[in-house]
Design a protein around this ligand. Structure first.
Ligand SMILES: O=c1ccn([C@@H]2O[C@H](COP(=O)(O)OP(=O)(O)O[C@H]3O[C@H](CO)[C@@H](O)[C@H](O)[C@H]3O)[C@@H](O)[C@H]2O)c(=O)[nH]1
Length: 465
């Protein structure tokens, strides 16, 4: 980091407005911290609701990164999944006015850039009205952006609207930069319940032309075809700013990673190499109670060691898995990337949120995929079919929708964690290869740093004009 700059005229004040959800706030916060660490003349004001500040207050942050709050004008984070369309409506209609009020009240210097989650379309309008340049940050894969961007092609090819239970196996092979993909592997916004909110995602993507910069939370090398195709189609400058996971914190903490500070890390320290399955179904939506009972019983029957992140379900899992003393630990929350990078972790059971996907790839962990909705379905397909570093537990939506039984789960978990199996060895070798791609991308002077520096250069130039 450069020496602290005390000249206020040199400060480039950046206001960041994330979508209020864990999977969205984390990557935007990680990116903003990287900006602040990279250039001390950048001052970040990161805007969250008062409720979210309570969740984030203890976050370590650079001196030139600060939080600002707006009132709790949207439904609480706790239980928001109960009415997802209602939550989205509130996020799109209730936040703009307090955000504008906050902008009016912010201490100088005047903001020079607003970074917003692409889904918060109204932020771009605020920036445009106030003549503040806008950077749109897309926090799902670039490939998902591409599919939404080319939504019209689905219509033209008779693939929207579609009954996925009948035509889920038909191939979509005409979207630039996207390998042939079954309809059932598209983001769920094109069918079923997803239709209630899908049009909003398509609209958000179509309005990206209002932004002066478009940022992908991707490693270019992992999504090069989709990103290149978008660069050819969109005139807004595009930057692949890397995985936006907290890898920079791993380096900071490397001295304490040996003497682990929490009981679950101590437990991991005492387990054999690659023997533990890390299980996390994400921060927000859950599977049905019946299915959850099968998962708990199946993991228990497998006899495999596990570290399980369970929000409300901890006592349920503990009861279902009997005596945990030797085989597992259940925690309400953990430092996920640090856990995934622990040598005792041998696999990652995930719902395939984009952040979890990138964290698992970065750590070189093979995956068992159990996607629930949205981009998680194509992410599962990418992990299993394109990268070949995982197996599907839940096969997908539409015609393959069925309860996965405890017996099936026990079998797949056992086979997946069998380090002697040739198939598993090959999958682990591939996972290690992709880990190296990621680590090369984020190393000093690598493509991620270069892309972030290019973005910083461009926003500072714009300021200087
Ligand atoms: O014990 C835990 C569990 C999770 N996490 C973190 O929480 C985040 C979870 O993000 P993600 O894996 O993307 O899951 P969701 O929160 O479910 O993400 C939502 O947002 C993502 C980005 O748009 C989408 O890809 C997902 O489909 C959507 O559900 C990650 O950074 C994890 O490291 C922890 O730190 N500790």
């Amino acid at each position: 980091m450069e020496p602290m700059n005390n000249d206020p005229t040199k400060i480039c004040h950046v206001v960041a407005m994330p979508y209020p959800g864990r999977g969205h706030i984390n990557p935007m916060m990680n990116f903003c911290k990287l900006l602040a660490l990279r250039k001390d003349e950048i001052l970040i004001t990161f805007v969250v609701t008062e409720e979210w500040l309570g969740f984030l207050d203890s976050e370590p942050k650079p001196a030139n990164f600060r939080f600002a709050t707006i009132p709790n004008v949207i439904p609480s984070e706790i239980g928001r999944a109960a009415d997802f369309p209602g939550f989205i409506k509130a996020v799109l209609t209730k936040l703009e006015e307090p955000f504008e009020r906050l902008l009016d009240q912010l201490e100088p210097p005047k903001p020079r850039l607003v970074i917003h989650d692409t889904s918060l379309m109204w932020v771009a309008d605020v920036g445009n009205r106030r003549n503040i340049p806008v950077a749109s940050l897309w926090i799902m894969p670039a490939s998902v952006f591409t599919v939404l961007y080319h939504f019209d092609l689905l219509k033209q090819n008779g693939h929207f609207p579609v009954d996925v239970s009948e035509r889920g196996n038909e191939l979509v092979n005409y979207i630039p930069g996207i390998p042939p993909t079954r309809i059932a592997d598209l983001p769920t916004i094109f069918y079923g319940d997803g239709l209630k909110t899908g049009h909003i995602a398509c609209e958000a993507v179509s309005r990206v032309s209002k932004a002066q910069y478009l940022l992908f939370t991707s490693i270019y090398e992992l999504e090069s075809q989709a990103i290149d195709a978008l660069k050819a189609a969109i005139s807004t400058p595009i930057y692949s700013i890397g995985p936006a996971i907290p890898y920079f914190r791993l380096v900071e903490n490397s001295s304490d990673s040996q003497n682990s500070d929490t009981s679950y890390m101590q437990w991991l320290d005492s387990q054999p190499k690659s023997s533990v399955l890390y299980i996390s179904q994400g921060s927000f939506l859950s599977v049905s109670k019946v299915q959850m009972d099968e998962i708990i019983a199946g993991v228990d029957m497998s006899g495999v060691r596990f570290l399980w992140v369970a929000r409300g379900d901890a006592s349920w899992i503990k009861a279902g898995c009997g005596d945990l003393a030797n085989k597992g630990v259940v925690v309400p929350w953990c430092d996920q990337l640090k856990v995934l990078c622990h040598p005792s972790i041998g696999g990652f059971w995930t719902h395939c949120g984009w952040n979890s996907t990138k964290e698992g790839v970065f750590a070189g962990t093979p995956f068992l995929t159990y996607p629930i909705c949205w981009d998680q379905i194509p992410n599962s397909k990418t992990i299993v079919e394109d990268w070949k570093i995982g197996w599907k537990v839940r096969r997908g939506m539409g015609e393959e929708e069925h309860l996965v039984t405890r017996k099936e789960i026990a079998g797949i978990v056992q086979r997946f964690m069998d380090l002697e199996s040739d198939e598993v060895k090959e999958m682990r070798r591939r996972a290690k290869e992709l880990k190296e791609v990621c680590q090369r991308a984020v190393c000093k002077g690598g493509p991620v740093e270069t892309a972030i520096d290019a973005f910083i250069h461009d926003i500072l130039q714009c300021r200087d004009r």
